[in-house]
Design a protein around this ligand. Sequence first.
Ligand code: GLV
Ligand code: MN
Ligand code: MN
Length: 418
Amino acid sequence: MAGYSVDGTRLWSRLMDMAEIGATVNGGSHRLALSQDDEDGRELFLAWCANRGFTVVFDKIGNLFVRRAGRTPAAPAVAIGSHLDTQPMGGRFDGVLGVLAGLEVLETLEDLGVATEAPVEVAVWTNEEGARFQPAMMGSGVHCGVHPLAEALAVADASGIPVAQELERFGYDRGVEPGSHAIGSYLELHIEQGPILEQEGKSIGVVTGGQAIRWYSLDLRGEETHAGPMPMAMRRDPVRHLAAAAELVYRTGTADADARATIGRIETRPGSINAVPGELHLSVDLRHPDESVLEQMHGSLAEGIAQLNDAAEGVEISLEQIWHSPVVHFDAQLAAAVRSSAAARGYAARDMVSGAGHDAFHLAKAVPAAMVFVPCRGGISHNAQEFTAPEQAAAGANVLLDVTLQLAGAPAPPGTKA
Ligand code: GLV
Ligand code: MN
Ligand code: MN
């Protein structure tokens, strides 16, 4: 069914307009979840939706659902979604492409006057990135019942501001109960965030699943004191153990070629040039496509940290797991529909497993779900340099359009076989 196509120029211009909100000097975007910039981005998106007469429902965790009605109003909606929040000083495409390609599908159906049986929706999930509030994929997790709403509302950012306060500030507390807004199936387009499609000259990644992720807080506690008078031998300095702790984490990341280990954040407290820090906090992100290997990585890191703690006189070293996102398998039929669409349009495609976390991981536990990847230059993401070309973005949106038409039930385009 390759008869209809999206307007790639409109999609690109919307991507560039959205990137202006929270634009950074180095060409990226900075819209941390539930910040004023994030809200401004949502307002711009909703203005585009209102212009086309699409209706909006939001829930108490701030997820937005924009609907184009179907012929059968009671039919479960086909939802296309992703997120508009970004990493700190992040890129212009991570998440945003999926949301704006969803809007592009709705607008294309509207432009062409194509009636679908089921309603088609665009979902904007709150706090996918997990950079400001942990864990990541929060809004979709609450929607799917993985995280209780009350637990998510109580999460605070580094300056102590809770999720609930920001949701109230923007009026989301008046939304519907999370999960009460039903979705029948789910599609998400995303940049690959890795180098494979580009290296192989492919246009479309048929995402069959996602790797498992575990996040940790690695905390070292000693005693804060003056940098001058206190003799070295009398200090309880947690930073003395930083190199050994980091070495343990990175060794975990060499379990095999698919293993990943990252220390993304290192903070000392009080963080003053002339104070021996009393505390050292590290974030640790471990990933592996095989759940049992990730379990072994978890075990060896926990054991290594316990041994380090035993040997570290005067400093307490602890490792707390704060999030586990298990391995995900997407719906085989929907993945096949993505594959067929790419083949029918002549887009070179390959199957792949997602290295990054996505809202689709939660949705896949609740409804049939699939993801489509497009290349991203140099495999670079979570970086202002993140880039996918206009024709690549349009190709991904065309695949979304084809699969949406199939799921939502639409007449075959003129001149094509049904
Ligand atoms: C989400 O961006 C993740 O993979 O951490
Ligand atoms: Mn993303
Ligand atoms: Mn991201």
